[in-house]
Design a protein around this ligand. Structure first.
Ligand code: IVH
Length: 699
């Protein structure tokens, strides 16, 4: 045998072997060999290809790294149109769909089996991947459904897209199709999305708004090496044109097609199944409940009539199949009217614009307000009162205004001018150079007082039970409370004349204030002061280094910046607070009435290296007797850090009861997993004294 033949044989062997190992790793999520063994094969293949450029193969595993740079995407027609789907937003709409299908089939004299394939509706970018004679031959985006963009080079780099179906076909005893168009969605898992954004942020690159944008943006790259560097995942959910060259494939149902695709080595999400008519809605509801657990984002489920004969009989309307329907989860986005922009005064005097919205239901919750952050944000989005806007629940909780719908702008809507005076007290507001916020600087501003005192008594502050916002407002309005110290002077006799204040509630009130004074710790009191930029975490740091508020007041900016996590800005803010005469008077009154806690012992600082110094932690599941906040405080006090996502760089994953998907991911990456007991044991081995640990847990 010639050397050339030898090389060709070895190349074929290596390519097939590596394709198979990729399949085990990326599709089955079940690696067959160690990374080192894989790397050795890969290196051998690369070396052999370099020595024999004439034996190149565009579908070699080495071509997954990309490198082709296009001037623009070419347009290419789909052999069969890629239809969109009709949506159902309620069970009634789903039942309407079934009725329409049943009527149509009855007219044709066909019995309706009412057997359905259901699977998740992936929130990504729709693709068609073309295989010719079992080999990857190209990929198109959906485009307008008739013509798509040719993204062949980029999709080749998606690791779980098989490039050669022949070995799997042989194993499954399936004929190799002369033509197979696989349709599906390319997505980015949430974990991959977070990690990509972290990298992009580090490198000053583009940060993506959500996994769908990240997936779509990564596929639509003219430089395929950029696509190759992005963590993309493909899921097949249907087929386009298919030609098994006359060979009978036995596909009579969509479920059989999906099983066939799986046998050919294509990635098919494990959630798909066949259900009867009465199983569709329960599947939809169950998927909705599991939505957050899935590693990728979905926005509903797709139902398809399982029988291919019935699919054909039902056919298509102009835009969508009559045999398939998307059941959508309630939108996290909705349109509504921005009735007006209100400006609120925060406890530190910051003027925060708030969107007052015509109430709208968003993922099952009625939303009537949304934060607008600051003046620049309003200007950037060009929000005007009366505009129709798109609102979204960000991170599943805080609603935010995404954008204006310009075509619905009422005529004459004027550009919004941010107020230059405090809406509460009318004194001039200031916007310092380099700052985004306008502030009211009148220390006696009633809105600031209200907020400040509400904060003082809240859980983040002294946690005075039963002293709600309403009472705080009343006491301020009546002039009975001007500073937090005034609360401690109130007697039952002072309170009783107030409307709706009974003897019992007055007594409870006074008792709650006295109790709060008794149990106030230094970190709590520092936090309660509401010093700008000093939250509970910084308050804990300060309380760990100063014995009382006098010592804090005497600290210079240099003393302060020497502490962990305190930068010049925070130090300046603390100094300003302590230098202010009104605040000095307040602290003097606290001392006089005996609200004067002294420090708890110092937590370990990074200077005292512990077993946890610099270590990265992440929690999943519930820890017995320990909230996430407290667990985080303990880790930080010992010099560790709590991060937000599992990566190879994570040192410990602490897994409590009912852990989430982070656990499997951590195990995959070989991250050390600790039980709650092991976590406590690790803490016990740090420089943290038991007393410090206790005091952290008490705060
Ligand atoms: S089936 C003829 N199944 O949703 C049936 N589509 O809103 C064609 N999509 O363009 C589609 N997940 O990009 C199907 N499991 C799924 C899907 C799915 C996401 C997308 C697809 C389609 C869009 C329609």
């Amino acid at each position: 045998m010639s050397e050339q033949q030898d090389a060709a044989g070895r190349l074929r062997q290596l390519r097939e072997r590596i394709h198979h190992l990729d399949y085990r790793y990326y599709v089955l999520d079940d690696p067959e060999v160690e990374d080192a063994a894989y790397d050795a094969l890969y290196r051998e293949l690369k070396a052999l290809e370099a020595a024999h450029p004439e034996l190149g193969d565009p579908n070699s595993p080495t071509r997954r790294v990309g490198g082709t740079v296009l001037p623009a995407f070419a347009s290419r027609p789909h052999r069969l149109a890629m239809y969109s789907l009709d949506n159902a937003m309620s069970e009634a709409e789903w039942l309407d769909f079934v009725t329409r299908a049943a009527n149509k089939l009855e007219k044709e004299g066909l019995p309706f089996s009412r057997s359905f394939w259901v699977d998740p509706k992936f929130d990504g970018l729709a693709l068609e991947i073309i295989y010719e004679n079992g080999v990857y031959a190209g990929a198109l985006t959906r485009g307008d459904g008739e013509v798509g963009e040719d993204v062949t080079e980029n999709v080749r780099t998606v690791r779980n897209v098989p490039l050669d179906l022949r070995p799997q076909a042989a194993k499954a005893g399936l004929p190799v199709p002369a033509l197979l168009e696989v349709r599906g969605e390319v997505v980015m898992t949430r974990q991959d999305f977070y990690e990509l954004n972290e990298r992009q942020r580090d490198q000053g690159g583009k940060v993506f708004a959500n996994p769908r944008n990240a997936a779509a943006g990564s596929v639509r790259q003219l430089d395929s090496a950029v696509s190759a560097s992005r963590p993309l995942t493909f899921f097949a959910y249907a087929v386009g044109a298919m030609d098994f060259g006359g060979a009978h494939t036995g596909f009579e149902t969509h479920s059989a097609v999906m099983a066939g695709l799986r046998s050919l080595g294509l990635p098919v999400a494990g959630e798909g199944r066949v259900v009867a008519m009465d199983g569709v809605y329960p599947y939809f509801t169950a998927m909705g409940a599991r939505r957050q657990e899935l590693p990728f984002e979905i926005d509903g489920v797709v139902v398809k009539v399982d029988s291919l004969a019935l699919q054909e009989a039902l056919g298509f309307t102009g835009r969508a199949p009559r045999f398939a329907l998307a059941l959508k989860f309630p939108a996290h986005e909705a349109e509504t009217v921005l009735e007006k922009i209100d400006v609120q005064v925060g406890r530190t005097g910051v003027l925060t614009p708030v969107a007052i919205l015509e109430p709208v239901s968003l993922a099952g919750v009625t939303v009537s307000r949304a934060t607008l952050h600051n003046e620049d944000e309003i200007r950037a989005k060009d929000l005007r009162q009366g505009d129709t806007v798109v609102v979204r629940r960000a991170g599943d909780v805080i609603p935010e205004v995404v954008r204006v719908v310009p075509e619905k702008r009422p005529p004459g809507a004027k550009e919004y001018v941010f107020p230059h005076s405090c809406p509460s007290c009318g004194s001039p507001a200031v916007r310092a150079p380099g700052e985004a916020a306008w502030r009211c600087v009148n220390l006696a501003c009633p809105a600031m007082l209200r907020r400040g005192i509400a904060y003082f008594v809240s859980r983040s502050g002294l946690d005075i039970e039963g002293l709600g916002h309403k009472w705080v407002e009343t006491l301020i309005d009546k002039g009975m409370v001007r500073t937090p110290a005034d609360l401690f002077d109130l007697t039952e006799a002072d309170l009783l004349p107030l409307e709706r204040m009974a003897e019992k509630s007055a007594a409870n009130f006074v008792a709650a204030v006295a109790a709060a004074k008794g149990k106030a710790t230094l970190p709590r009191l520092i936090a309660a002061l509401g010093i700008p930029q000093v939250g509970t975490r910084t308050a804990r740091t300060l309380a760990g280094h100063f014995t009382d508020l006098d010592a804090l007041g005497a600290a210079t900016a240099e003393d302060l910046t020497a502490l962990p996590d305190i930068g010049p800005e925070v130090a300046r803010s603390i100094r300003e607070f302590c230098d202010n005469a009104a605040n000095r008077a307040l602290l003097a009154r606290f001392k006089a009435i005996g609200l004067w806690p002294v420090a708890t012992p110092k937590p370990a600082t990074p200077a005292q290296t512990t077993a946890l110094t610099g270590k990265k932690f992440l929690f999943t599941g519930t820890l017995p007797d320990l909230s996430r906040e407290k667990a985080q405080a303990l880790v930080e006090a010992a010099g560790g850090r709590v991060v937000s996502a599992v990566s190879k760089k994570l040192d410990y994953l602490v897994a409590g009861a009912e852990p989430g998907s982070k656990l499997a991911k951590a195990r995959d990456l070989g991250v050390t997993v600790l039980s709650p007991d092991e976590f406590h044991a690790l803490l016990a081995n740090t420089g943290l004294t038991i007393q410090t640990r206790k005091s952290l847990l008490d705060t």
